[in-house]
Ligand binder design. Structure first.
Ligand SMILES: *[C@@H]1O[C@H](CO)[C@@H](O)[C@H](O)[C@H]1NC(C)=O
Ligand SMILES: *[C@@H]1O[C@H](CO)[C@@H](O)[C@H](O)[C@H]1NC(C)=O
Length: 431
């Protein structure tokens, strides 16, 4: 091989290889989702070579490989990155660490734009002093997210509701001082800045579609036209409906859990959130009762409906613990029906802590992300990361795609894949 040729080969081969080596060793697959496996490297290499050598459009150099690559480009791969974080309980410094190592925010607590959706599953308040700072930070991030095309989904946990009710058993005296007085705290949490944000920006549950063809977050499921479809067997609708293969490519989030016997699951999540909005309004608009303790537990307003009482009871979405505590055999059967009804493939919740890490049950259909992040518990810092990709394969005419979802638990010094779901789907999915 002549020397100029060797030089040419070196200049063409070495830079991409070196770049790949760094991408891989620096664990940049957290950011480049398709690079989760060494097997993917050849594919990536060929893409780099294609970019280096592609002939000008329409030139005589068009060959089969180029044609194929160009027709593939007509249907674009779709990616979506979601990060979810559980109970924060009044600890701003730990919350800052978690959002930073999971890529949601930078070292200054600003939104990075590297994540499409950030989800928090409630219980920001109680057991710590940073209530005001945390809710204000969440609102700042929500604004920053919106300005870069990102979305934040925030949820009310049972502790937010306890405070709205006047059940202040877990409120530190030092935390009340950050508001000034009891009356000032009541005002800020009802018709003041924090209470208004709860009413406007927080829900009790949400449904997050993984692909935009399913609509915006919290688009009700089932769609109204399918609600009363006679003879519908919900158990069979889970996961794959040939006519709508992506119908369950969505995830639910809630603080406690969506109990299989809770009556108001559907349409999901709108039914629960309507009940929740109505109850929150009643609580925020009543004359704030003197907090318990030392006063008597005020309870729900006398005008609360049966549905509103069930929302807040132990089988309701704020307090339910069955998905964390019931035996495997029971939950792995029950979960199918709830997934079918809610049009989802997995449910993510906080509330029941495991201080050693994120808990996944039934192959990741149930994921519990409360790891006691707050110093009040001294658990581990954690976040859940989901990389979703829909990649075109074959000819455009066949409309074949590979759908892949990689769910990982992220900790300060390690990352563990919880589940990888991959399947082929056929259809026209418009982004
Ligand atoms: C963080 O974002 C704010 C805007 O909300 C901006 O003023 C500030 O400069 C940012 N800080 C850094 C260090 O980027
Ligand atoms: C909801 O969040 C936005 C974005 O952070 C914020 O500007 C707004 O004040 C919040 N709404 C209320 C009613 O607080």
């Amino acid at each position: 091989m002549s020397s100029p040729r060797r030089t040419l080969l070196f200049t063409v081969l070495v830079p991409p290889l070196v770049a790949l080596y760094f991408v891989y060793t620096l664990q940049l697959h957290v950011i480049v989702p398709e690079l989760t496996d060494v097997k993917e490297i050849p594919g990536l290499l060929s893409r780099i070579f294609f970019l280096l050598f592609k002939p000008p459009l329409g030139s005589a150099g068009d060959d089969d490989l180029f044609q194929q690559a160009r027709s593939g480009a007509a249907r674009k791969p779709f990616t979506r990155h979601i990060v979810a974080v559980g109970d924060l309980h009044g600890d701003l410094p730990n919350a800052r660490k978690v959002l930073q190592f999971s890529g949601v925010t930078d070292g200054f607590g600003n939104w990075t734009g590297n994540v499409d959706f950030f989800v928090q599953t409630g219980d920001i308040i109680d057991r710590g002093d940073d209530t005001i700072a945390l809710f204000d930070w969440m609102d700042k991030l929500r604004g920053q997210a919106a300005s870069t095309g990102g979305v934040m989904l925030s949820h009310l946990g049972n502790h937010e509701w306890m405070n709205a009710i006047g059940d202040w058993r877990y409120v530190y005296a030092s935390e009340i001082k950050t508001f000034g007085t009891v009356a000032e705290r009541q005002a800020l949490l009802s018709n003041g800045r924090i209470g208004r944000s709860w009413a406007a920006n927080y829900t009790t549950t949400s449904r997050l579609p993984l692909h935009p063809s399913l609509g915006a977050p919290n688009t009700p499921f089932p769609p109204p036209s399918k609600l009363q479809k006679p003879g519908t067997n919900v158990a069979n609708s889970y996961y794959y409906d040939a006519a709508q293969p992506l119908s369950h490519s969505a995830i639910s989030f809630v603080h406690g859990g969506l109990s299989p016997t809770y009556k108001d699951l559907t349409p999901f999540p709108s039914r629960i959130n309507e009940i929740s909005d109505s109850l929150l309004k009643k609580l925020q608009q009543r004359v704030q009762p003197p907090p318990h303790p030392p006063n008597a537990y005020p309870g729900l307003p006398s005008s609360a409906t049966q549905q509103e009482k069930e929302l807040y009871d132990s089988n309701g979405p704020l307090w339910y613990r069955g998905w964390a505590t019931d035996p495997e055999a029971k939950v792995c059967v029950d979960v199918e029906e709830v997934l079918a009804k809610t049009g989802t493939r997995r449910m993510i919740m906080g509330h029941t802590p495991d201080f050693t890490g994120i808990v996944a049950r039934c192959k990741g259909k149930i994921i519990i992300i409360d790891t006691g992040i707050s110093h009040a518990y001294g658990g581990v810092l954690s976040a859940l990361s989901i990389h979703y990709t829909l990649t075109p394969v074959g000819n455009d005419a066949d409309q074949r795609w590979v759908e892949k979802e990689v769910v990982s638990a992220i900790y300060p010094n390690k990352q563990e894949v919880i589940v990888t779901d991959e399947r082929e789907v056929v259809g026209e999915f418009l982004g």
